[in-house]
Design a protein. Sequence first.
Lengths: 508, 494
Amino acid sequence: MGWVMVVPLLPWLAALWIGVGMLTGQRRGEAGERGTAWVALLAATGSLLGMLVVDGMAVHQGVMGHVVVFPWLSSGPLRVTISLLLDRPGLVMGTLVAFGALMTLKFAVNYMHREPGFHRFFAVLCLFAGGMTWIALSGNAVLTFVGWEVAGLSSYLLIAYADTRTTATTNATRAFVTNRFGDAGMVFGMAMVFLWTKGVEWPAIFQAAKPLGSLLTAVMVAGFLLAAVVKSAQIPFVAWISRALEGPTPSSAVFYGALMAHAGAFLVIRLEPLLVLAPFWMVILMLIGGLTALFASAVGRVQTDVKSVLIFSTQAQIGLIFFECGAGFFDFALWHLVAHTLWRFYQFLLSPSYIHLAPVRPSAGGVAKSPALYTLLLHRGWFDSVTDALITRPTLALARDVQIFDELVISRMSGRPMQESLLRHMVAGVEVSSLSGVTQGRGVLGRLLERVGMLFFWFEEHLVLRSSGDGLLKAMRFLGEYVTRIELLFGQPRYLYLMIMLTFLVIL
Amino acid sequence: MDAPIAMKPLLVLLFLPAFGAGVIALLPARMAGLMRGMAVLVSLITLIVAIWVVIHFIGTNSDLQFLANYPWRSQLDNSFAFGVDGLSLPMVLLATLLAFVAILASGGVKEMAKGYYALLLLLETSMLGVFMAQDWSIFYIFWELTLLPLFFLINTFGGKQRNQAALNFVLYTMGGSVFMLIGLLLAYDASTPHTFLMNEMAIGTASLSGERQVLIFLGFLIGFGVKMPIFPLHGWLPLAHVEAPAPVSLLLSGALLKMGSYGLIRAAMMLPEAVVTLQVFLATLAMINVIYGGVLAWRQIDLKRMIAYSSVSHMGVVLLGIAALNLNGITGAMLQMVSHGLTAGALFLVIGLLYERTHTRDIRHYGSLTQVAPRFAFFVAAAFMASVGVPGTAGFMAELHVMIGSLQRWGWSAALLSVGMLVGAAYAVRTIGCLCTGPKHQGTEILIPMRRTELAAATILVMAIVVLGFLPAPLLGMMTASLDRFGDLFVNGL
């Protein structure tokens, strides 16, 4: 079953192909658009077909379960394989991802036409599609994490698609940093899982968790749940997703409307065997999901642009999915996930035309009656401001303090960066011709190195090179002259006679 | 012997470049293009044969493989014996790869192409002879044979001080090999039965008294120490590396220095007790090498000179790995030999190509390569990063192993090695900064971009460095049994 690897790898290959093409200058501007689109669509189609074949086999012969393709890393007791978990949630999610990626790419061919970042967009979207497929199909926590990170990274790259706009880049950073909380949770979860079950393959984890008891399982699951809650933008991490809408519409569709926001929910479904062992977290899941659903549907009512309305309604639905998982209806949650994803795809891709399609502006409904509530909702629950006050500002203040310390103490010790005046001279094109620019050390260690360097240099020049190079040659020349002189002497008849006489003497 | 000569892959490896050199020598002088094509082809086929040998080599077997043994003179009991084990095979592969790259990158040689390519191929044959010889007398003959082509290559195609450099180089190496010869004859004399075969001589010498072993080993140490080089026998190196044409310095630094360390490992296996006695001495020399070479490299403003001194520093790491006398140390030493071969090769290649275009080696005359010649900038940065041993390059694996090996042996005093690495990082980053950034300079503001063959040569080296950095397992697998044998030799001694 190793060939199933093709499904997640095809989009990555396409991304690589487009990326290399961009680097080498093969793909530029409008002329290259056809090629780029063709490669991306081909990969996505191939990936979808592969997925459908696997689905067909699964229907025909039953699901394959855990498939190990080849071992990857081994270090001490840690063994990581490249493996796939082709069970029901995995196959469903994988097919959904492949289908969604293909649709979005097809839509984007026209939508992104003549945009300056056409190729970049397609490369990142392919990268993302591959990452999402790994989340769906991977057979162990490490590969899931790989997919998770790639999806996060490509999301960052696409939010900042318009990289000349300050809001886009700020929002991208904000979204990315928030996502790192979840990533930290995931790493923590993996570490705990490895600590107690000595494995990272999902089936092995599920098996080993049973005898561990609910407390240990709860600790193991906690990290993964944090990751899921962040990725799906549930309370209290609701703020980042509305910032993420800066990207072009197709990317919003695939990331937040449909696929990536559901990755968290999918992870929860994937963790079903662990969650049922930790009832405490089930209750928490219900709480988080329920609250998010209420909050998001209320906030959605006061939004004035179509993408925001859609994103909050998405959030509300995902909240419901979390709620269902918490209540133990995992199968139902999977159904809900699929149906909702498909519907959201359609809506998000349609959103640019919504303004024309919708006959009347939707009204805020009941919440309009209470000014306090309306304000609260308009500010989206102040989640962003609270984060600013609690995390961003203290971090900035700390950074400022550290920088002052750095400038006053560390820089002096380690050597300041090159002085500004000198730098300006260099930039102006005036050559700094003394040796100083190159072999001068700065800071305590630099000075030391400079002194030692001078010492060694002297030693090398005077003792090693001169004595060996020049000295050796000089000695050789001297010796040579000497030998030549003796040779000349021997050439003269009188010494030859003398030699012959001497020889005779010795013989006699 | 059972199989005909043509069926012995090692003999094919050995004689193919020599045969190519002969054919090139017979071609008429005006067909320079054909000569170049011929040289590239021959070295490529040699490389392919070497890869074939690697594929069919069994890494878990510590015995000599692909043995080709023909008795030569019965009264001396020496024989024309070739074979490879886990220690020599990586060197064979490295030498064939670097020879191919060097010939590929020699596009700039237009005059006297016949002599140039013939000598390069002859050099390849003699290098391979050194690495594959399993008889000390043959080893010694090929060892001396490398001097011939190198002398003419440096003396004819070198820079301004080429005559002095070539003479200096030959005198130094000859001086060293005299001591090696004395050591060899002593060992031959002392071991019973009298034989020159490496493995059998090792059995005889292992039972000698400690003092005799030390005496013999010191002879080898001087001989190999000149080549490697070990402080203070490195006087020939800066001049020879600077004056030689770029592809020759690539081979000189990449493959020929390894002959010294390879021989030293062989000698250490032959005279274990002597190495144990001299262990601290060797380690001290190694540390001096690392730091002395590093600091002097930092002090240079001549780029080629700087790389030459960085070679001294990196070969010190090899010596330290050998001196640790444990599995990790020797693994690191072998890895470092391969990694330094590739890294120094890449550095000399890129700097040599730059020199060919600008005719200056002064670091201050360069600037802003990222804009002037982005490909050059990329390879300069990649090669220097590799020489620092950034994780993900082959050098990292090597230095890590040496570090672990010496920590196991000497405890925290091995941390001195990291001082050397720090200095290495200092000059590498400094050089990348000076070359790639800053203002453009007169004379170097317009450069001819890299030609296709040059690009291919540089890419091969950088790829090899990165692949080994991420996937050292195949290389380690090739060496595993031989390394274990080396490790086991010294487990009981200490």
